[in-house]
Design a protein around this ligand. Structure first.
Ligand code: MTE
Length: 325
């Protein structure tokens, strides 16, 4: 992944620590124009939406905390979780998704589920919200770049989808295909990755109760920059496995190609389980820094095997995790 470094090799400060000039300017001009009575109602609504977006106010989403799947770690402040993001469809800089993802239209939205299933279906976002009881789960998410966050996500186990569509005996893998629309996503014009961003899991991984089909965070629907309206969160894997803004889910026979694996196969494997003993070719994975809590030059936490989610270990029994990284 592209890590931004200063010329002396030190990582640059978090964008979340710098007030976005664009947000600041747009707020000032919004207030001035309202005061001058210069804005019509449609424009007012549009600007109010942008203002709400800048402040991270999304519709509320009720969910019951699932304590058995929740980490007790201190939660990452909302401001950090929504301003330090990887979402290359909106730019490669960590601050860009928060600045540009307001162009993403998250309604209407459908997810098509197809391939090796007895009951293929297309579900809209309201159907997905009602498919199973929503749970809040506080998960650690560890990025392959060496930072982590602790976020109260809202959703339900992906196994609920699997039950509903009834995979055939040929379904060995699940492929997640995400939106790639140049009109809404300025980064899709770039060649940094092959679009659409795709990810995949073995079907038994997808069926593990920890694999979360995610529709919200912090008591609200997902912020656009975090992958609204629907994404995966796989807390035992590096963050790039958790595809954002999913439009298609395919049950397939063969292991699917995935965007990061296509771009650098020796750096980003299909499994990408968090593993402090298997270094990335360009950096160590033994430690990490917690966004919003540790100082930006610190790298002091020890990274845990499977990011601390030891429940998943049986999925990989007998596998050489250095080979299947
Ligand atoms: N999904 C899409 N569609 N596009 C992306 O660029 N980035 C991935 C993952 N999902 C990405 C994506 C990476 S590298 C990480 S670390 C996580 O999203 C970041 O999720 P967050 O911004 O909610 O912390």
């Amino acid at each position: 992944m592209l890590i931004k470094r200063s010329p002396n090799g030190i990582e640059l400060p978090f964008s979340s620590e710098i007030t976005s000039r664009e947000v600041y300017e747009s707020r000032r001009s919004f207030m001035k124009q309202i005061a001058a009575g210069a804005i019509g109602s449609a424009a007012l609504l549009e600007m109010a939406n942008r203002e709400a977006f800048a402040q991270g106010v999304n519709p509320k989403l009720a969910a019951k905390l699932n304590p058995s799947y929740s980490a007790l770690d201190k939660q990452t402040p909302y401001k950090d979780a929504t301003s330090y993001n990887n979402y290359y469809e909106f730019g490669t800089d960590k601050s860009e998704p928060a600045m540009y993802a307001n162009t993403l239209k998250t309604r209407p939205w459908t997810v098509t589920i197809e391939g090796e299933v007895k009951k293929p279906m297309t579900l809209d976002i309201d159907a997905l919200l009602k498919l199973a009881p929503l749970e809040e789960r506080v998960y650690r998410l560890r990025c392959v770049e060496g930072w982590s966050m602790v976020i109260p996500w809202i959703g339900y186990s992906f196994s609920e989808i699997i039950k509903k569509v009834e995979p055939t005996g040929n379904a060995k893998y699940v492929e997640f295909v995400t939106l790639a629309d140049k009109k809404q996503m300025p980064g899709v014009g770039s060649r940094v990755l092959q679009w659409p961003y795709t990810e995949g899991l073995r079907i038994d991984e997808a069926n593990h109760p920890l694999a979360l089909l995610t529709l919200g965070m912090y008591g609200e629907t997902l912020a656009n920059q975090n992958g609204a309206p629907v994404r995966m969160v796989l807390p035992w894997k590096y963050g790039f496995k958790s595809a954002k803004s999913i439009v298609k889910i395919r049950f397939v026979k063969e292991q699917p190609r995935t965007s990061w694996n296509l771009s650098a196969p020796n750096e980003y494997g299909f499994y990408s389980n968090v593993n402090p003993e298997v270094d990335h070719p360009r950096w160590s994975q033994a430690s990490e820094r917690r966004i919003g809590e540790d100082g930006f030059l610190a790298r002091k936490r020890k990274t845990l095997m499977f990011n601390g989610y030891a429940d998943v270990a049986p999925l990989y029994a007998g596998m050489d995790l250095k080979k299947f990284f």
